[in-house]
Design a protein around this ligand. Structure first.
Ligand SMILES: [Zn+2]
Length: 233
């Protein structure tokens, strides 16, 4: 009888812990990640595009791109930390990180320079800049990865593009593209990619991009592809 009671207690406590973990959700991931020691050689810089007075594109539901970028980046940071990587964010709240400037254009220029400076200041950095796409024609959808001209960026971008298409946009024929005119990608000296996770101008894709479950899946695909790239280089 006593053994049976002990067994019941054990299962009770286990189920309670599981339910608590599920209930805590992201917080549980954050707590775990804070206790996780970085094991690998790169510092992964996660850069949520835009922020503060620079909201970026506006989605079909009226939300600024900067919000999607931040939500996805925070999830990605937790996942990469859980995998044992050292990570850092260029911003962790809804702010622009400019240091000077009067006009919005000047502040945006300063903000981008600051993102380059923060990345370059890290030891052995690898940059993942998170953005969302937008186009006047609402038919277009699918993730699109751009890469810097720096060593191995193309390889990282191809890994990411293939993984994102296979998991989230089967049938899409988008290929990783070399950056053309993206300031961050053209002023950086480490491996760097800019991930346009999807189109905020596409009704179906925008609904997915603001869904926490889809964001978790998206972050999982990115984290797995980055991890695969790092273990092969
Ligand atoms: Zn953007």
């Amino acid at each position: 009888m006593k053994t049976r009671w002990n067994l019941l207690c054990f299962y009770g406590i286990t189920i309670f812990c599981l339910l608590l973990a599920v209930h805590l959700g992201n917080r549980a991931v954050t707590v775990l990640s804070e206790n996780q020691k970085p094991e690998r050689g790169h510092c992964i810089i996660i850069d949520p595009g835009h922020g503060g007075e620079d909201g970026g594109a506006v989605s079909v539901s009226g939300r600024p791109e900067s919000q999607y970028n931040l939500e996805i980046s925070l999830r990605l940071k937790d996942l990469l930390q859980l995998l044992g990587y050292e990570t850092a964010l260029t911003r962790s709240s809804d702010i622009s990180i400019y240091t000077k400037g009067e006009t919005l254009a000047q502040k945006k220029a300063s903000d981008l320079k600051e993102r380059v400076r923060l990345t370059e200041a890290a030891e052995n950095p690898l940059l993942l800049s998170i953005h969302q796409n937008h186009f006047p024609d609402s038919r277009y959808s699918g993730p699109q990865v751009f890469y810097a001209a720096t060593e191995n960026s193309d390889l990282l971008a191809r890994n990411l593009q293939e993984a994102l298409v296979a998991s989230l946009a089967p049938g899409s024929n988008r290929k990783a593209k070399k950056s053309s005119g993206i300031y961050l990608m053209e002023h950086i000296s480490c491996p760097a990619v800019l991930i346009e996770c999807g189109f905020l101008s596409h009704f179906g894709e925008e609904t997915s991009l603001r869904d926490p479950e889809y964001q978790k899946k998206l972050s999982g695909v990115i984290a797995t592809a980055v991890s695969g790239y790092l273990s092969n280089t």
